[in-house]
Design a protein around this ligand. Structure first.
Ligand code: TRP
Length: 452
């Protein structure tokens, strides 16, 4: 292996980092809100199914290609191709992935910035700094820019430090904190009046809704975004995994942790919404729909926290701190994708690369903030609805069709000697060849159809 490349030093380090990438605003906020607006239990059921049937196999494609090539997505896809044409298409997909990852970070940083700002607002409130909380929680140009910038700056610092001292060490500390805070918060929320109704809606599926196409598409998108698929993020994390590790098992752990945290977040957010409703907070519009997803957390939860006095303030600080952590372990993985490419292909020093790309992304964030109404929603749509599924499709094609089957088996067998007779090898190769690309194409076709 090329010596200056980083590597995760332990299995826990990898799982913490990859699960850290997977767990983010998507799980802790996106999943529960979508579940709430899509019939609760029905959405949960379909999400679970799709996470294991579609997202896990695609995750494995990225991890296996990544560890085999021990390099970034661009070079990796080129290296596993049998000829120049396929090599160039692969490299182009890799570069597209870096661009999509950067664009995702540019809107992600804005939302993550709000999380930090809300957390600080509650801290400022404890110290009775009366005008600061109002500024921190009001939607303003300066506030948005300052906090998105701050968030990107922290991301740059961690990524600059490289795999072991940066990504691994931080994820190992932050992930367990996140889990503990989430468990504590949901246990507390479940004791509140009204919470029980939220719990019922979350756990009792309305089977008639589980079959609606809209719900299935939403759940699929959610699972894909949630496991950070398509942009080469997981491929690059896979490239830092030691050859001795059993990849299918590691990927399984990452999927379990990711799905587990989403489900756990549902136990916090849905009961919290209904507890807020019980306290007289409006969470539904007159038509019975949920108040806009973008604002749910930033309007409903603070109102809930405010009804709880001092404990509420402490809960709010814990909650927004938790969201900021979740966002940070995701954002470092987004920045890592383009940074690893530039470092390895253009021999630029890691620090300068992180600085340079981070600054460009920060400028993109500013641009989005300045044109918020037109750009924010469109960038999210462009990247998550089109970019991720299309690129995910490419990974299925490269793992299933382009790359030689024997090489694939050999790679899996490195840390899993009996791979040939194992369950994974029985199902996964044809699954990634046929089922996954077909499902992705299916959603994509459906989405285009809806847009017309
Ligand atoms: N999975 C993260 C979340 O749920 C977001 C994320 C991190 C991501 N890296 C990614 C999404 C790469 C798409 C692509 O919030």
């Amino acid at each position: 292996m090329v010596s200056p490349r980083g590597e995760f030093t332990s299995r826990f380090g990898f799982v913490a980092a990859a699960a850290g990438s997977a767990v983010g605003l998507g799980n802790v906020w996106g999943f529960p809100t979508q579940a709430a607006s899509n019939g609760g239990g029905a959405f949960l059921l379909i999400y679970l199914l799709l996470a294991f049937v579609l997202a896990y196999p695609v995750l494995m494609a990225e991890l296996i290609i990544g560890r085999h090539a021990h390099t970034n997505a661009v070079t990796a896809l080129r290296n596993i191709s049998p000829n120049r044409l396929l090599g160039n298409i692969g490299a182009a997909s890799g570069i597209a992935g870096c661009i999509v990852a950067s664009l995702i970070l540019s809107f992600y940083a804005i939302v993550a910035g709000w999380m930090i700002a809300f957390g600080l607002a509650y801290v400022a409130d404890l110290f009775r700094l009366s005008s600061l909380p109002a500024w921190l929680t009001a939607f303003g140009l300066v506030r948005n820019t300052v906090f998105a910038g701050l968030f990107i700056a922290i991301t740059i610092i961690i990524v600059s430090a490289g795999v072991q001292r940066g990504i691994e060490r931080w994820s190992e500390r932050l992930m367990p904190t996140l889990l503990l805070t989430l468990v504590a918060l949901s246990m507390y929320v479940l004791t509140l009046d009204g919470a029980e109704q939220g719990l019922k809606i979350y756990l009792l599926p309305d089977v008639t809704r589980a079959l609606s196409t809209e719900l299935i598409i939403d759940a699929l998108g959610s699972a894909f975004f949630s496991l950070s698929l398509g942009v080469g993020t997981m491929l690059i994390y896979g490239s830092y995994v030691n050859d001795k590790e059993n990849l299918p098992a590691l990927g399984g752990w990452v999927t379990l942790v990711d799905v587990g945290i989403a489900v756990l977040a549902g136990f916090l957010v849905l009961p919290a919404m209904y507890a807020a409703l019980h306290n007289g907070v409006e969470i539904f519009t007159e038509g019975g729909a949920l108040i806009s997803e973008d604002t749910l957390i930033f309007t409903v939860l603070p109102q809930l926290f405010d009804t709880m006095g001092f404990t509420g303030s402490l809960l709010a600080i814990a909650f927004f701190f938790l969201m900021s952590i979740a966002a940070l372990t995701s954002s470092i993985s987004m920045l890592e994708a383009p940074v690893a490419y530039v470092v390895e292909e253009h021999s630029i020093e890691r620090r300068s690369a992180a600085m340079l790309i981070g600054t460009v992304i920060a400028l993109a964030s500013c641009f989005i903030i300045l044109n918020f109404d037109t750009l924010f929603g469109s960038v999210i749509k462009l990247t998550t609805r089109y970019g991720q599924p299309l690129l995910g499709f490419m990974f299925c094609i490269y793992a299933g069709w382009v790359w030689h089957r024997d090489a694939l088996l050999q790679e899996i067998a490195k840390g899993y000697p009996d791979a040939r007779n194992g369950l994974f090898w029985t199902f996964w190769p044809w699954h990634i060849r046929f089922i996954c690309p077909l499902i992705i194409l299916g959603i994509f076709a459906h989405m285009l159809q809806q847009q017309v």
